[in-house]
Design a protein around this ligand. Structure first.
Ligand code: TMP
Length: 250
């Protein structure tokens, strides 16, 4: 693969991405793999060209968010599978926003799949594979000294803004944004930036025109639940985003 930086610059390899250092200590390259895992890596596989889709979708959505004033770590997309990004210290929290009940929320609360959530839920999970990314409370976050209460308020505000922008944008693509996960980090100047990725791996996306549950899922749940047509669904998400951006470049 020609767009892969040299191995000696590898900083970290995760389940879906590899992070490389560059000559500039404040700039990193993230490389998007086709590897897919679920249930804390108990299920493993590959989704053809997922890395390309997730890289492009992330670049499109971050550009859209930047236009709305949301600071992200993205500098530029440098190839089909690579983004040049600002180095940040990741806050070890997964910030999940839910508009419609699905996934672990249904499992843990008994809420029926598809129940609308108004106002949307904003939840925090601890980024720790050994502990299985547990759900946290504000008091637990304080006790663990993960981040301050005021920083947590800023994370919630930013997550809600991302939700408003992306819910409206996906609606124009005939896609319902069910829920999604965000990560944030602080840069060298101490600014809080949206980081990591926003893609069909990290969002639940339902085809708005489809009511059959096994058909409407367009995201990683197709892989998690063995629903088939996984790679095709990822491509459809990218195509709808691209054609919407082409038809309305504002
Ligand atoms: P959940 O319902 O399994 O808690 O997932 C909520 C959202 O977070 C869903 O859009 C998928 C996303 N997510 C990730 O991006 N990474 C993860 O490790 C998990 C568990 C969920």
């Amino acid at each position: 693969m020609t767009d892969l930086p040299p191995d000696n610059q590898k900083l970290y390899e995760g389940k879906a991405k590899i992070v490389y250092e560059t000559d500039n200590p404040e700039i990193l390259i993230t490389y998007f793999k086709d590897d897919a895992t679920a249930f804390n890596a108990q299920k493993k596989g590959q989704i053809a060209n997922k890395g390309i889709v997730n890289c492009k979708v992330t670049a499109h959505l971050y550009a859209l968010l930047e236009k709305q004033g949301m600071a992200t770590h993205l500098i530029a997309q440098t190839s089909d599978r690579t983004l040049e990004v600002k180095r940040v210290d990741i806050v070890p929290l997964e910030v999940v926003v839910r508009n419609i009940a699905a996934g672990s929320l249904c499992k843990q609360t008994g809420l029926a799949l598809g129940t609308p959530l108004s106002p949307p839920l904003v939840e925090f999970y601890y980024k720790n594979d050994d502990l299985g990314d547990p759900l946290l409370t504000r008091d637990r976050i304080a006790a663990m000294h993960i981040t301050s209460s005021s920083q947590l308020d800023r994370l919630v505000d930013k997550a809600k803004t991302v939700n408003t922008v992306l819910t409206d944008f996906f609606a124009t693509c005939d896609i319902t944004l069910v829920d999604f996960k965000l990560e944030f980090g602080t840069d060298a100047e101490g600014s809080l930036l949206l980081a990591d990725e926003i893609s069909p791996d990290t969002c639940r996306l339902w085809d708005t025109a489809e009511s059959d549950q096994s058909k409407r899922v367009m995201d990683k749940d197709r892989f998690r639940q063995d629903l088939g047509s996984v790679a095709e669904s990822y491509q459809t998400v990218l195509k709808r985003i691209q054609s919407q951006l082409e038809s309305d470049p504002s």
